[in-house]
Ligand binder design. Structure first.
Ligand SMILES: [Zn+2]
Length: 302
């Protein structure tokens, strides 16, 4: 007997408009919608805040994880410059600089949420999920992104690592389907980092979407007839060809798509959506072993 598995694919920065424009049928699945995300520290959604919100159903101010990545430093740097220009007191300026240090330090780490999530449970397999489980995968790509921006590694090397890391998540999901799991989830970061690198190069970004679309298609083929898929993003990506204000900034055009019906329309609805659709696995382990032990105790078998 194989279990019925709900696969949850966290496709960072998947933008509903780009997916539609580029004709990504696998990403759009049977039904898709623009999903409203959350933002707390900035006026646009951020990876470190949004994924823990999606997993817990809590707003960032309630789960407390408001980590920010390297590329938001511009805003903090602007704040610092403003503090100097206005000649504000040393204490306030020091606080601004503390925030900058906290967000740029090499040792900076995204924390992990303490609240319950839909990823909890022995039969829910998770590769990684920002702010919830195994952040090291995200830290690795963030670190390499910074190295590529600082010219310490070539863009080709960065792309190789971003692609192979993403492909490994799809391979992991396919293998998880061969085991007794009621839910299998993984976070894939390649659309985010490639979007930050090429927000003004439609052809390049289209290719990345087509590659990811192919991976999603292959994942579907490996799923059993009763398995289902929920695909989510935390935000989209502003781009030059979509006439956005600031290409390379996170857009509000997050996506939710599914092989089921009525994908969640708000990031904070996802937990309930998943919990009401996952098929709980009742393992045979205990029932198969107990009678044997009892029979042995009674002396019927040795
Ligand atoms: Zn993100």
């Amino acid at each position: 007997m194989t279990s019925v598995t709900l696969v949850v694919l966290a496709l960072d920065a998947a933008d509903v408009r780009h997916a539609e424009n580029f004709g990504c049928e696998s990403i759009l699945l049977e039904e898709h919608t623009e999903m409203r995300s959350v933002a707390h520290r900035l006026d646009h959604p951020h990876t470190g805040e949004a994924w823990p919100s999606i997993a817990t159903g809590l707003h960032p101010r309630d789960h407390g994880i408001t980590g920010h990545g390297e590329w938001d430093n511009r805003i903090l740097t602007g704040l610092s410059r403003l503090a100097h220009r206005l000649n504000i007191s040393g204490e306030i300026r020091g606080k601004v600089e503390d925030v900058i240090t906290e967000n740029t330090d090499q040792g900076w780490q995204l924390r992990v949420v303490e609240h319950p999530t839909f990823l909890d449970g022995e039969y829910r397999a998770v590769h990684n999920w920002p702010g919830v489980h195994r952040n090291e995968s995200l830290h690795y790509i963030w670190g390499l992104f910074q190295q590529a921006k600082d010219d310490e590694i070539s863009e080709q090397t960065f792309v190789r690592e971003a692609y192979t890391e993403a492909a490994s998540k799809f391979g992991w999901l396919q293998e998880a389907l061969n085991h007794e799991v009621e839910l299998a989830a993984a976070h894939v970061h390649v659309l985010d980092v490639m979007g930050h690198l090429h927000p003004e190069n439609e052809d390049t970004y289209r290719e990345v979407y087509e590659d990811v679309d192919g991976w999603v298609g292959a994942l579907r083929e490996s799923m059993g007839p009763d398995d289902e898929l929920l695909l989510l993003s935390d935000h989209g990506m502003e781009a030059s060809w979509t006439d956005d204000e600031e290409p390379g900034r996170h857009s509000w055009r997050a996506i939710a798509s599914t092989t089921l019906t009525d994908p969640p329309e708000h990031a904070l609805d996802v937990k309930e959506w998943v919990e009401s659709r996952v098929v709980p696995l009742t393992p045979e382990r205990s029932s198969a072993e107990l009678p044997e032990d009892q029979l042995r105790e009674l002396g019927y078998i040795q």
